[in-house]
Write a protein that binds this ligand. Structure first.
Ligand SMILES: O=C(O)c1ccccc1NCC(=O)[C@H](O)[C@H](O)COP(=O)(O)O
Length: 228
Protein backbone atom coordinates (compact mmCIF):
# COMPACT_ATOMS: atom_id res chain seq x y z
CA UNK A 1 0.00 0.00 0.00
CA UNK A 2 1.38 3.48 -0.74
CA UNK A 3 2.48 5.08 2.52
CA UNK A 4 0.52 8.20 1.61
CA UNK A 5 -2.70 6.17 2.06
CA UNK A 6 -1.66 4.70 5.41
CA UNK A 7 -3.25 5.94 8.61
CA UNK A 8 -1.77 4.90 11.95
CA UNK A 9 -4.49 3.37 14.09
CA UNK A 10 -5.03 4.91 17.52
CA UNK A 11 -6.30 3.23 20.66
CA UNK A 12 -7.06 5.23 23.81
CA UNK A 13 -7.01 2.90 26.80
CA UNK A 14 -8.39 2.94 30.33
CA UNK A 15 -11.44 5.13 29.80
CA UNK A 16 -13.88 5.40 32.68
CA UNK A 17 -16.13 8.36 31.75
CA UNK A 18 -18.77 8.68 29.02
CA UNK A 19 -17.59 12.20 28.13
CA UNK A 20 -14.10 10.88 27.41
CA UNK A 21 -15.55 8.11 25.25
CA UNK A 22 -17.58 10.67 23.26
CA UNK A 23 -14.59 12.94 22.73
CA UNK A 24 -12.40 9.99 21.68
CA UNK A 25 -15.03 9.10 19.06
CA UNK A 26 -15.19 12.69 17.80
CA UNK A 27 -11.41 12.84 17.52
CA UNK A 28 -11.53 9.84 15.20
CA UNK A 29 -9.69 7.28 17.31
CA UNK A 30 -10.10 3.72 16.09
CA UNK A 31 -10.61 2.04 19.45
CA UNK A 32 -11.08 2.67 23.13
CA UNK A 33 -10.01 0.20 25.80
CA UNK A 34 -11.87 -0.70 28.98
CA UNK A 35 -9.65 -2.23 31.66
CA UNK A 36 -10.91 -5.23 33.68
CA UNK A 37 -7.52 -6.19 35.16
CA UNK A 38 -7.66 -6.67 38.94
CA UNK A 39 -5.57 -4.12 40.80
CA UNK A 40 -5.61 -1.52 38.03
CA UNK A 41 -6.62 2.00 39.08
CA UNK A 42 -8.55 2.12 35.79
CA UNK A 43 -10.50 -1.07 36.43
CA UNK A 44 -14.22 -0.88 35.76
CA UNK A 45 -16.96 -3.48 36.03
CA UNK A 46 -18.80 -5.03 33.12
CA UNK A 47 -21.99 -3.07 33.81
CA UNK A 48 -20.07 0.23 33.80
CA UNK A 49 -18.34 -0.69 30.56
CA UNK A 50 -21.67 -1.59 28.98
CA UNK A 51 -22.92 1.93 29.75
CA UNK A 52 -19.70 3.48 28.40
CA UNK A 53 -19.98 1.43 25.23
CA UNK A 54 -23.30 3.14 24.51
CA UNK A 55 -21.42 6.46 24.35
CA UNK A 56 -19.17 5.06 21.63
CA UNK A 57 -19.88 6.18 18.05
CA UNK A 58 -20.46 3.59 15.32
CA UNK A 59 -17.29 2.29 13.64
CA UNK A 60 -15.18 2.77 16.79
CA UNK A 61 -14.04 -0.49 18.40
CA UNK A 62 -14.45 -1.36 22.06
CA UNK A 63 -11.46 -3.34 23.36
CA UNK A 64 -11.73 -5.32 26.61
CA UNK A 65 -8.40 -5.45 28.46
CA UNK A 66 -7.64 -8.36 30.81
CA UNK A 67 -4.69 -9.55 32.87
CA UNK A 68 -5.05 -13.12 34.09
CA UNK A 69 -8.79 -12.76 34.65
CA UNK A 70 -10.76 -15.99 34.90
CA UNK A 71 -12.58 -17.37 31.86
CA UNK A 72 -15.88 -16.65 33.66
CA UNK A 73 -14.95 -12.99 34.06
CA UNK A 74 -13.98 -12.70 30.40
CA UNK A 75 -17.23 -14.39 29.35
CA UNK A 76 -19.29 -12.04 31.49
CA UNK A 77 -17.60 -8.99 29.93
CA UNK A 78 -18.11 -10.41 26.44
CA UNK A 79 -21.78 -11.01 27.22
CA UNK A 80 -22.47 -7.58 28.69
CA UNK A 81 -20.11 -5.26 26.81
CA UNK A 82 -19.89 -6.96 23.39
CA UNK A 83 -16.32 -5.83 22.69
CA UNK A 84 -15.01 -6.25 19.16
CA UNK A 85 -11.50 -7.16 20.33
CA UNK A 86 -9.99 -8.73 23.46
CA UNK A 87 -6.58 -7.70 24.81
CA UNK A 88 -4.66 -10.03 27.13
CA UNK A 89 -1.92 -8.52 29.28
CA UNK A 90 -0.97 -11.43 31.53
CA UNK A 91 0.27 -15.01 31.27
CA UNK A 92 -2.68 -16.21 29.19
CA UNK A 93 -1.74 -18.69 26.46
CA UNK A 94 -3.12 -18.89 22.93
CA UNK A 95 -5.66 -21.57 23.82
CA UNK A 96 -7.12 -19.38 26.59
CA UNK A 97 -7.17 -16.25 24.42
CA UNK A 98 -9.04 -18.10 21.64
CA UNK A 99 -11.78 -19.49 23.87
CA UNK A 100 -14.12 -16.55 23.49
CA UNK A 101 -14.62 -16.59 19.70
CA UNK A 102 -13.46 -13.01 19.31
CA UNK A 103 -10.28 -11.63 17.74
CA UNK A 104 -7.60 -11.05 20.32
CA UNK A 105 -4.46 -8.96 20.75
CA UNK A 106 -1.62 -10.24 22.95
CA UNK A 107 0.37 -7.72 24.96
CA UNK A 108 4.10 -8.46 24.93
CA UNK A 109 6.15 -7.34 27.95
CA UNK A 110 9.10 -5.16 26.97
CA UNK A 111 10.00 -4.16 30.53
CA UNK A 112 12.07 -7.23 31.37
CA UNK A 113 14.91 -7.84 29.00
CA UNK A 114 14.84 -8.97 25.39
CA UNK A 115 11.47 -10.29 24.18
CA UNK A 116 10.98 -13.43 22.14
CA UNK A 117 11.68 -13.14 18.41
CA UNK A 118 8.85 -12.32 16.00
CA UNK A 119 8.58 -15.90 14.70
CA UNK A 120 8.63 -17.26 18.29
CA UNK A 121 5.81 -14.91 19.30
CA UNK A 122 3.80 -15.98 16.28
CA UNK A 123 4.44 -19.65 17.07
CA UNK A 124 3.28 -19.13 20.66
CA UNK A 125 0.21 -17.07 19.68
CA UNK A 126 -0.86 -18.23 16.21
CA UNK A 127 -4.42 -17.06 16.88
CA UNK A 128 -3.45 -13.46 17.70
CA UNK A 129 -4.96 -10.87 15.37
CA UNK A 130 -2.30 -8.40 16.52
CA UNK A 131 0.38 -7.85 19.16
CA UNK A 132 0.80 -4.89 21.49
CA UNK A 133 4.30 -4.08 22.75
CA UNK A 134 4.14 -2.43 26.16
CA UNK A 135 6.46 -1.56 29.06
CA UNK A 136 5.06 -4.02 31.59
CA UNK A 137 7.19 -6.81 33.01
CA UNK A 138 10.13 -6.65 35.40
CA UNK A 139 7.86 -5.40 38.19
CA UNK A 140 6.07 -2.80 36.06
CA UNK A 141 2.39 -2.89 35.26
CA UNK A 142 0.34 -1.93 32.21
CA UNK A 143 -0.67 1.73 32.16
CA UNK A 144 2.64 2.73 33.79
CA UNK A 145 3.48 5.67 31.54
CA UNK A 146 6.96 4.24 30.98
CA UNK A 147 8.67 3.99 27.59
CA UNK A 148 10.81 1.05 26.56
CA UNK A 149 13.68 0.89 24.09
CA UNK A 150 11.94 0.87 20.70
CA UNK A 151 15.04 -0.58 19.05
CA UNK A 152 14.36 -3.82 20.97
CA UNK A 153 11.13 -4.48 19.04
CA UNK A 154 11.32 -7.92 17.42
CA UNK A 155 11.43 -8.21 13.64
CA UNK A 156 9.63 -10.76 11.49
CA UNK A 157 6.36 -10.65 13.38
CA UNK A 158 4.05 -11.12 10.40
CA UNK A 159 1.10 -9.54 12.21
CA UNK A 160 -0.03 -5.96 12.83
CA UNK A 161 1.34 -4.51 16.04
CA UNK A 162 0.57 -1.59 18.31
CA UNK A 163 3.31 0.42 20.00
CA UNK A 164 2.46 1.26 23.59
CA UNK A 165 4.07 2.30 26.87
CA UNK A 166 4.78 5.88 27.85
CA UNK A 167 3.45 7.52 24.69
CA UNK A 168 2.43 11.17 25.08
CA UNK A 169 1.59 14.09 22.80
CA UNK A 170 5.30 15.03 23.08
CA UNK A 171 6.73 11.76 21.75
CA UNK A 172 3.86 10.43 19.58
CA UNK A 173 5.23 12.00 16.39
CA UNK A 174 8.72 10.52 16.91
CA UNK A 175 7.27 7.17 17.93
CA UNK A 176 5.22 6.84 14.74
CA UNK A 177 7.94 8.22 12.47
CA UNK A 178 10.62 5.95 14.00
CA UNK A 179 8.77 2.69 14.55
CA UNK A 180 6.10 2.83 11.82
CA UNK A 181 3.65 0.70 13.80
CA UNK A 182 0.23 -0.41 12.62
CA UNK A 183 -1.17 1.49 15.58
CA UNK A 184 -0.40 3.24 18.84
CA UNK A 185 -1.96 2.82 22.26
CA UNK A 186 -1.92 5.41 25.05
CA UNK A 187 -3.30 5.74 28.54
CA UNK A 188 -1.31 7.79 31.12
CA UNK A 189 -0.04 10.23 28.50
CA UNK A 190 -3.54 11.64 27.94
CA UNK A 191 -4.60 11.67 31.61
CA UNK A 192 -4.78 14.05 34.53
CA UNK A 193 -5.15 11.08 36.93
CA UNK A 194 -5.56 7.32 36.33
CA UNK A 195 -8.77 6.78 34.35
CA UNK A 196 -9.47 10.50 33.92
CA UNK A 197 -8.58 11.63 30.42
CA UNK A 198 -7.68 15.19 29.53
CA UNK A 199 -9.43 16.66 26.47
CA UNK A 200 -6.52 18.82 25.35
CA UNK A 201 -4.01 15.99 25.66
CA UNK A 202 -6.34 13.64 23.74
CA UNK A 203 -6.61 16.21 20.95
CA UNK A 204 -2.87 16.88 20.93
CA UNK A 205 -2.05 13.17 20.80
CA UNK A 206 -4.26 12.55 17.75
CA UNK A 207 -2.90 15.63 16.06
CA UNK A 208 0.73 14.51 16.56
CA UNK A 209 0.03 11.03 15.17
CA UNK A 210 -1.69 12.56 12.13
CA UNK A 211 1.25 14.94 11.64
CA UNK A 212 3.57 11.93 11.50
CA UNK A 213 1.20 10.22 9.03
CA UNK A 214 1.39 13.19 6.65
CA UNK A 215 5.12 13.21 5.99
CA UNK A 216 5.72 14.57 2.48
CA UNK A 217 8.39 11.96 1.64
CA UNK A 218 5.86 9.15 2.05
CA UNK A 219 6.19 7.54 -1.36
CA UNK A 220 7.40 4.12 -0.19
CA UNK A 221 5.03 1.19 0.13
CA UNK A 222 3.83 -0.26 3.39
CA UNK A 223 4.13 -3.98 4.04
CA UNK A 224 0.98 -5.64 5.30
CA UNK A 225 0.94 -6.42 8.99
CA UNK A 226 3.75 -5.31 11.26
CA UNK A 227 6.11 -2.46 10.58
CA UNK A 228 4.83 -0.55 7.59
O1 LIG B 1 -4.00 0.64 32.21
C1 LIG B 1 -3.92 -0.12 33.17
O2 LIG B 1 -4.11 0.26 34.34
C2 LIG B 1 -3.58 -1.58 32.94
C3 LIG B 1 -3.45 -2.41 34.05
C4 LIG B 1 -3.16 -3.76 33.85
C5 LIG B 1 -3.00 -4.26 32.58
C6 LIG B 1 -3.11 -3.43 31.49
C7 LIG B 1 -3.40 -2.09 31.64
N1 LIG B 1 -3.47 -1.23 30.56
C8 LIG B 1 -3.27 -1.68 29.23
C9 LIG B 1 -3.04 -0.70 28.15
O3 LIG B 1 -3.32 -1.02 27.00
C10 LIG B 1 -2.34 0.64 28.40
O4 LIG B 1 -2.84 1.57 27.50
C11 LIG B 1 -0.86 0.44 28.11
O5 LIG B 1 -0.34 -0.31 29.16
C12 LIG B 1 -0.08 1.78 27.99
O6 LIG B 1 -0.20 2.54 29.12
P1 LIG B 1 0.61 3.93 29.26
O7 LIG B 1 2.06 3.62 29.36
O8 LIG B 1 0.06 4.52 30.50
O9 LIG B 1 0.26 4.74 28.05
Amino acid sequence: MPRSLFRTRIKFCGLTRAGDVRLASELGVDAVGFVFAHGSPRRIHAAEARALREALAPLVDAVAVFRDNSAEEVREVVRQVKPSLLQFHGDEDDAFCRRFDLPYMKAVAMGAGAPASGPALLAAFPGAAAFLFDSHGGGHDGGSGRCFDWSALPAGLGRPFLLSGGLTPDNAHDAVATVLPWGVDVSSGIETAPGLKDGERMRAFVSEVRRADCRPDDDATSPEGGAR
